[in-house]
Design a protein around this ligand. Structure first.
Ligand code: SF4
Length: 372
């Protein structure tokens, strides 16, 4: 989208007008979760959290693919990338995510071949260009990245490539919403659904969730006006005792979503249980390759299916991503854990809540003192 197209959605007067409405409407405390880490960063970047009524608390959801990729899968990635004859490809964010014993950067420093790609189709091209190497793509993400990742497997099959495979870490939003809302500790009373996920999947999956938990869900975009409009529509419902699914991002989202993308997902993936980093197993919350594409499954090809790990006891990112804590509540925040020395993925990822709090200065951060 061009800058000019986005300009009206960044208009300060329009945003102020919606904020004014929110202030007028809010009569008591409400907890609203923005699902997507991109929304978290946008909220903090524009300071929207500081312009809301004090009664409104925004908590930050699990929609950051780098953050929720399980430690187990990171360790499997490290094991595969360390093997001779492998070119391991990944989005850049994943390179600094700590596993049990290091990260992909440390594998590269030790002589492994780890390359950053911007699309899974780049990884397919690398496989074509390097027939004597095994090329593996780290296929992480939510419903947004899943169609392109799936396409890479379809393309590799069509090209007859025997040296391409994908380490699959696909997760889905609706089961995570069920897990949050079904927890006895849940604090979330309204959701801002992730606009880009809904652009692919539509929002029909959210209708039974809103009904079952009697919770308003508003499909929301990423610009300041999108975000305050999503918050306004959520507060309007909360104050009126309603629990509907509304679409505050109609320029990108329709209720049925992108049927062609959904057809690719159906063709390539089947549902499976997935471990979410810091959160644990969420039933039927992920996708894996269907048996007809199992030949492209890196876990099978490299026999790393039996790697199991233990999460760090220091990192409380799992609680943050369920809305139970804020990054500044973590004793390690800005001290033991910072972007140079991350203890958890949420401090590394460009969509991570801890990284956003650190970057936009939402707490006093201990910097080394200047010599006097
Ligand atoms: S500040 Fe670091 S250790 Fe604490 S929750 Fe965030 S990533 Fe984990």
């Amino acid at each position: 989208m061009t800058q000019a197209f986005l300009e009206p959605f960044r208009d300060a007067d329009l945003v102020k007008g919606v904020l004014h409405e929110i202030h007028k409407l809010t009569t008591r405390p409400w907890v609203i979760m923005e699902i997507c880490g991109g929304q978290t960063h946008s909220i903090l970047h524009y300071g929207l959290d500081q312009l809301l009524p004090k009664e409104l608390e925004l908590v930050h959801g699990p929609g950051c693919p780098v953050c929720v990729t399980s430690l187990e899968l990171i360790d499997k990635a490290l094991a595969i990338a360390s093997q001779p004859g492998v070119i391991f490809t990944s989005y850049g964010d994943m390179l600094r995510v700590p596993g049990s014993t290091g990260d992909l950067f440390s594998v590269r420093a030790a002589g492994g071949t780890v390359r950053v790609v911007y699309s899974p189709l780049d990884a397919v091209r690398i496989a074509q260009e390097n027939p004597d190497k095994q090329v593996v793509f780290f296929g992480i993400g939510f419903e947004t990245t899943a169609p392109a990742n799936a396409m890479s497997v379809v393309q590799a099959k069509a090209l007859g490539l025997k040296n391409y495979s994908m380490l699959v870490s696909q997760v889905r939003v609706p089961p995570a919403m069920h897990a949050i809302l079904g927890s006895p500790l849940n604090r979330v009373q309204g959701f801002l659904a992730a606009g880009h996920v809904c652009a692919v999947m539509g929002y029909w999956e959210y209708l039974p969730i809103a009904e079952q938990y009697r919770i308003p869900i508003v499909v929301t975009g990423f610009e300041p006006l999108d975000l305050v409009t999503g918050i306004l529509q959520t507060v309007q419902q909360l104050e009126a005792g309603k629990h509907e699914v509304l679409n505050a991002y109609p320029r990108a989202v329709t209720q049925p979503g992108n049927r062609a993308a959904q057809a690719i997902l159906e063709k390539v993936y089947e549902s499976c249980d997935r471990n979410w980093r810091g959160i644990g197993m969420i039933p039927q919350s992920g996708w894996r390759l269907r048996p007809e594409y199992a030949g492209y499954d890196a876990e099978i090809r490299f026999n790393v299916e039996n790697i199991h790990t233990q999460e760090s006891e220091i990192c409380v990112a799992g609680k943050i991503l369920q809305g139970l804590m804020k990054p500044v509540d973590c004793p390690a925040f800005g001290k033991l854990c910072n972007p140079q020395n991350p203890l958890g993925a949420t401090m590394v990822s460009s969509e991570g809540a801890c990284a956003a709090y650190y970057r936009y200065g939402r707490a006093a951060i201990e910097e080394p003192s200047m010599p006097g």
